[in-house]
Design a protein around this ligand. Sequence first.
Ligand code: GAR
Length: 215
Amino acid sequence: MSRRRVAILISGRGSNMVSLIEAARAGDYPAEIALVLSNRPDAAGLDWAREAGISTCVIDHKAHPTREDFEHAMDAALASHAIDFICLAGFMRVLTEGFVERWSGQMVNIHPSLLPLFRGTQTHRRALEEGVLVHGCTVHFVVPELDAGPIIAQAVVPVVPGDTQDSLAARVIVQEHKLYPAALRMICDGTARLENGKVVFSHGWNADGALHSPS
Ligand code: GAR
């Protein structure tokens, strides 16, 4: 099977981007990272990607008068790199329904909570405020409604007494870095696919790919 050509969209640090690029270095990984695209010229992840020899592209949302103009510029960059799959990795722009529909079934996101809990921002602070005992992260297909798409994979971490936002975030991000490459593998090798708005898993499903839980 030929490797899927993946673009990673970032806005900042890019640690999930790094985990995807490193996973894709394996000879048997079903995706190659063909482009890193940032909406912010100063995103730290861009330097890392350039040094790793990955094509990068900056499309500054501030240089485009409307969301549609910004997204058409992104579409042109994605087309010129023959991208067939998008991973959002800390990409902090809300996408229009038009863009999301154009990439339906071909765009995923990682979110730092166990969706459908804690959509939006400040997920670790809100988890602590609610007193949940488990927290985590989710990889899901992107749909027009924010952080609402069909779930592909989740990782669970405990919330322990004395946790702060930082300690909880640090525990979750370790799992994000394992979960995202595992989820992208399942999508690109056909183990997980979107059908009629639901994720369908083939017989290749296993807990290492779709569900990570604390020991
Ligand atoms: C990650 O924790 C990711 O889950 C989150 O932003 C961080 C980006 O870190 N994404 C969202 O909150 C999207 N709603 P990174 O740039 O180091 O990958």
